[in-house]
Design a protein around this ligand. Structure first.
Ligand code: SF4
Ligand code: SF4
Length: 182
């Protein structure tokens, strides 16, 4: 009777889960949910993921950037959600992750077309990332003419950009040196 009195006084302390759905708390960190359409292949989530649950790398013939997620490795830290610039990966409220027989059911995959460097033809990023960069330049006020002038540079890989800049600097340095010597 005493227990019944206490239960009446303090209310229910348990939940009927799994007979009834369980309402998770606000900002609950459940299974990361991936929206392929929003992913630009920037690789930020793969770099930030501390448990290697996310892997982003080129396929064998270097024609696609393959985004892969394995929920079995996820520790629900939320780093991927924090760093993703497009909201392609966000933590959901999902926590029922048991799979019966096939562990592959915990895996997700997305493939993105790669962009090849204008100078050396090496694959270095995705077509979506280049389009995203151009859109951002438009948003910050770059004119179409300016963007058109820069497009080749945007489509150049970091190695070739470094090479171009080094050549420019050495040309500048030597022309100044020659002028100074006259
Ligand atoms: S929540 Fe953390 S561990 Fe899980 S995929 Fe994202 S970054 Fe990796
Ligand atoms: S951070 Fe977002 S946009 Fe970048 S690869 Fe990961 S999911 Fe895709």
């Amino acid at each position: 009777m005493k227990l019944l009195d206490m239960a009446n006084k303090y209310g229910k302390a348990t939940y009927a889960y799994p007979l009834q759905p369980y309402e998770v708390a606000e900002n609950f960190r459940g299974k990361p949910s991936y929206t392929y359409e929003n992913c630009i292949g920037c690789t930020a989530c793969g770099v930030a993921c501390p448990s290697n649950a996310i892997n982003v790398k080129l396929n064998k013939d270097k024609t696609k950037l393959v985004w892969q997620f394995d929920a079995a490795r996820c520790i629900f830290c939320g780093r991927c959600d924090e760093v993703c610039p497009t909201g392609a990966i966000v933590l959901s409220n999902e926590f029922e992750l048991a799979v019966k027989f096939d562990r592959n059911n915990l895996k997700e995959k997305g493939e993105l077309d790669v962009e090849y460097c204008e100078v050396c033809n090496k694959p270095f990023t995705t077509k979506r990332l280049i389009a995203y960069d151009i859109e951002r330049l438009k948003k910050v006020g770059w004119s179409k003419e300016n963007i058109d002038l820069k497009v080749k540079y945007i489509r150049t890989c970091p190695d070739c950009k470094r090479q171009i800049e080094t050549e420019k600097m050495s040309k500048y340095y030597y022309s100044n040196k020659i002028r100074g010597a006259k």
